[in-house]
Write a protein that binds this ligand. Structure first.
Ligand code: FES
Length: 161
């Protein structure tokens, strides 16, 4: 009976290769703050039967994940070569003026966090940023404003629901 139970537990346990998906799910489970909580980190380490320090090492290696609370919308602005050449600094300056936040900062209302990241893998559509899991391309001030306004509108709608 004990052996049968062990086999069942083994089969239910997620595989080591699923660690990134587990972190992704954990982060998405905190949509207002977009981060992996200590409780979730410990839960994932336990499920995978790996040391907590190893789980912490993996989650901190990937910039997509955060261990500290961030905004509802995390803007990840690419500043690698193609995006820089085609105007990422202008987009950065516009966001800074519009939202009053710089690199690594979160708006006072907890709505937006701005991060500056390396290549997002879409250099032919530069400049680009991602907001949470969505890629926005060919950005200029007008398009950036459209994206920010749409996100603010979406947030208001969610509150009204
Ligand atoms: S340089 Fe920005 S997406 Fe590649």
């Amino acid at each position: 009976m004990g052996a049968a139970r062990d086999v069942e537990t083994e089969n239910e346990r997620p595989r080591r290769e699923e660690i990134l998906r587990l972190f992704h799910d954990a982060q998405n489970a905190e949509p207002l703050h977009n981060y992996v909580t200590s409780d979730k980190l410990a839960e994932i380490a336990r499920k995978l039967d790996i040391p907590l320090a190893e789980a912490e090492g993996v989650v901190s290696f990937y910039r997509h994940f955060s261990r500290r609370p961030r905004g509802r919308y995390v803007i990840r602005l690419c500043d690698s070569l193609s995006c820089r050449i085609l105007g990422s600094l202008d987009v950065y300056r516009y966001i800074r003026r519009r939202l009053g936040i710089g690199r690594g900062q979160t708006t006072a209302d907890g709505m937006f966090t701005l991060e500056v990241v390396n290549c997002l893998g879409s250099c032919d559509t530069a400049p680009n940023f991602m907001v949470n899991d969505t890629l926005y391309t060919n950005l200029d001030e007008t398009k950036t404003e459209e994206v920010l306004a749409a996100l603010e509108h979406e947030a208001v709608k969610e509150v009204e629901r």
